[in-house]
Design a protein. Structure first.
Length: 140
């Protein structure tokens, strides 16, 4: 659930309360020093909106290099998927599934961290609940 207003306690610190602006679920900090989002409140898009292939896959764009991914049961991302220009790191928020990386199948579940430096990879939801994971891309 989303809180309205600045983070708890900031209004009590005069030097900090002047630099915080709260708009619903989005907390902005002056001079772009920090951004706070509540993932489920960010608008979601079907992967096809971005010309991406996949099944039962929704995306929430958190920043230019961070994406909240939701795969419904049986959902998957494209099999021929790689990033020549970046490293992909991620955290599984909830659910379970597999990452198919080259010829390996790596099981993932809630609270797992992963890093994909190179090679084709695909995410597949193997569970009965949505598989939610956040990916962060970093330049090589």
């Amino acid at each position: 659930m989303c809180r309205d207003g600045p983070l708890l306690g900031l209004e009590e610190i005069p030097s900090l309360s002047q630099s915080v602006i709260s708009v619903g679920c989005l907390v902005l900090y002056k001079e772009d020093t920090m951004k706070h989002l509540h993932g489920p409140d960010v608008e979601s898009y079907d992967c096809s909106v971005f010309g991406l292939e996949g099944s039962k896959w929704k995306l929430r764009l958190l920043s230019d290099s961070s994406v909240w991914n939701e795969l419904e049961p049986g959902g998957y991302t494209p099999a021929e998927h790689m990033h020549d220009d970046s490293i992909e790191r991620g955290v599984v928020v909830s659910g379970k599934g597999v990452i198919i990386h080259e010829n390996d199948r790596i099981e993932i579940q809630s609270n797992d961290f992963f890093e994909i430096v190179d090679g084709n990879h695909q995410y597949v939801n193997t569970g009965n609940e949505p598989l939610i994971f956040v990916c962060f891309r970093y330049p090589r």
